[in-house]
Design a protein around this ligand. Structure first.
Ligand SMILES: NC(=O)c1ccc[n+]([C@@H]2O[C@H](COP(=O)([O-])OP(=O)(O)OC[C@H]3O[C@@H](n4cnc5c(N)ncnc54)[C@H](OP(=O)(O)O)[C@@H]3O)[C@@H](O)[C@H]2O)c1
Length: 227
């Protein structure tokens, strides 16, 4: 998949998806924001277009955004994950779905509370079937840091999926945003990143940080180790 692939961000009206859309747009990627309300998506797209001079961002309803893209990123709360994917299941067929969902259970979001079966993202791969290449990413990247264009995002992005080629595509996408995407194994391993988010929230609270993150040491990975 080339660098011209259109990327949809379902839930891009929110904090995490909005930050991802902003960074993608700044990198010159073609981005469509998806929302339950197409007008809300258009408003968020206009806000991003006012901040960056890269590729213009557009806004659509969920189905329209998913249909328009080759890569679809999901950034909605855990409680809305399955319902949102159910609505766009047909549009996802044959595509890469990048799922950023963390199964936080308010109010105790600084405690690890993974769902039965382990990973929320792995459960979606099971539900959607092999026709959709589900890749977990961005679980440990704070929305605050993504939104702050004056600073580079100082962390790595762990990437998990059963289709390694799809993970390589997502890693290249992540690299284009100025982060470092690192493959961490099969989609079941996404449980580790989902759990780690609660650890990072606990660190943020204890040390009064806006957005801690993780770095993998022991590798001098130049950004382009994938296809
Ligand atoms: N915030 C972070 O720093 C962060 C970091 C890493 C991972 N994440 C993960 O990324 C996901 C999104 O987090 P967020 O902080 O961006 O969430 P958010 O701002 O609360 O919500 C994102 C979007 O999801 C849609 N949404 C909200 N409630 C919904 C519902 N009940 N049913 C259907 N859609 C709903 C809304 O879009 P529309 O109203 O436009 O449809 C909303 O703008 C979560 O799974 C979170 O754990 C977040």
């Amino acid at each position: 998949m080339d660098g011209n692939a259109t990327v949809a961000v379902l839930g891009g009206t929110g904090a995490e998806g909005g930050g991802i859309a902003l960074r993608l747009a700044a990198a010159g990627r073609k981005v469509v924001i998806g929302s339950r309300d197409g007008a809300k998506a258009e408003t968020r797209a206009a806000e991003i277009n006012a901040r960056v001079t890269g590729s213009p961002v557009s806004g659509r309803d969920l189905k329209g955004a998913a249909a328009a893209a080759e890569i679809v990123i999901l950034t909605v709360p855990f409680a809305a994950q399955a319902g949102t994917l159910e609505q766009v299941k047909a549009e996802l067929e044959g595509k890469i779905l990048v799922d950023a969902t963390v199964p936080l259970v308010p109010p105790k979001v600084s405690r690890v509370q993974l769902p039965a079966g382990g990973s929320a993202v792995a459960a979606m791969q099971e539900k959607l079937g092999a026709g959709v290449k589900v890749v977990a990413a961005f679980q440990n990247v704070s929305a605050h840091n993504l939104d702050d264009l004056d600073h580079e995002v100082d962390c790595d992005v762990l990437i998990f999926g059963d289709d390694v080629a799809a993970c390589d595509v997502v890693a290249a996408l992540v690299d284009s945003m100025g982060l470092r995407g690192i493959y961490g194994g099969a989609v079941c391993n996404a449980a580790a990143a989902e759990a780690l988010t609660s650890v990072l929230i606990a660190i943020n609270r204890k040390y009064k940080l806006a957005g801690s993150g993780i770095r993998i040491t022991g590798m001098d990975k130049p950004a382009k180790m994938h296809g």
